[in-house]
Design a protein around this ligand. Structure first.
Ligand code: ZN
Length: 86
């Protein structure tokens, strides 16, 4: 379902993105880091977005108000994203 690969996502580190999550959440984030775990003999691998939240249509999903705090989300929950700024 994802429209990108693990390989290209790290190019977006440091950028502001609008992310469309599975389940209807749409959030604007600053992508701090892409954590990729692969080529592992113990699991099938995973990747995470680590990000600061700028705004969201689902504030109940976040324990603290927008701004300042890093959150993470597995790639599988991210349907697509677009770059909105630097
Ligand atoms: Zn592993």
């Amino acid at each position: 379902m994802a429209t990108y690969t693990h390989g290209e996502a790290p190019q977006h580190e440091g950028l502001q993105l609008r992310v469309y999550f599975a389940g209807g959440e749409v959030s604007e984030i600053k992508l701090v880091h892409v954590e990729v775990h692969e080529n592992c003999e113990y699991c099938e691998g995973y990747a995470w977005f680590v990000y600061d939240l700028i705004s969201t249509n689902c504030p109940e999903l976040y324990k603290t108000p927008a701004g300042g705090c890093a959150y993470s989300s597995k790639f599988e929950k991210i349907e697509r994203f677009e770059v909105i700024g630097k």
